[in-house]
Design a protein around this ligand. Structure first.
Ligand code: DQA
Length: 145
């Protein structure tokens, strides 16, 4: 089983950006933690982070041709704006879990819209980096059933 772990804009600045919301661990710590979970579960993981919407769309499209079984995505700010990411996930029809480090439902009004949610099989918010690990385990079970 092969999963794509996708992260959107400003998540490369984890550890620096608003640590009271996103924690003190950096992006590499996130990658290490999720890789550890994937190793435990016998899953192959590929990671991609970009600050650019089109690069994220391209990576989702590539996932189709690469035979990716599931996607864990934190689209970051593009969650609240991007129809292009929604359409990309719909197009490839790969089971996708939406993850947010913070509890978006308790934040500003503009964060209450998620375009991508309509194409996702599950959403996990407010569990920090562990949310990605939960998403990995969820996708493993989902794909096995
Ligand atoms: C985020 C929440 C988004 O609203 C925000 O724009 C982010 C991170 C989260 O992980 O909590 O960049 O997706």
């Amino acid at each position: 089983m092969k999963l794509l772990i996708l992260n959107g804009p400003n998540l490369n600045l984890l550890g620096i950006r608003e640590p009271e919301l996103y924690g003190s661990g950096d992006y590499q710590a996130l990658v290490r933690r999720v890789q550890e979970t994937c190793d435990e579960e016998g899953i192959e993981a590929v990671f991609f982070q970009s600050n650019h919407e089109g690069a994220l769309v391209d990576r989702i499209q590539e996932a189709y041709f690469e035979g990716i079984d599931g996607i864990v995505i934190n689209p970051a700010a593009y969650t609240h704006t991007s129809v292009a990411l929604l359409d990309a996930v719909k197009a490839v029809r790969i089971p996708t879990v939406e993850v947010h480090i913070s509890k978006v439902e308790e934040r500003e009004d503009f964060r209450q819209i998620s375009y991508i949610r309509a194409a996702c099989i599950k959403t996990i918010t407010g569990h920090g980096i562990e949310g990605y690990c939960e998403a990995v385990r969820f996708l493993k079970e989902y794909c096995a059933s």
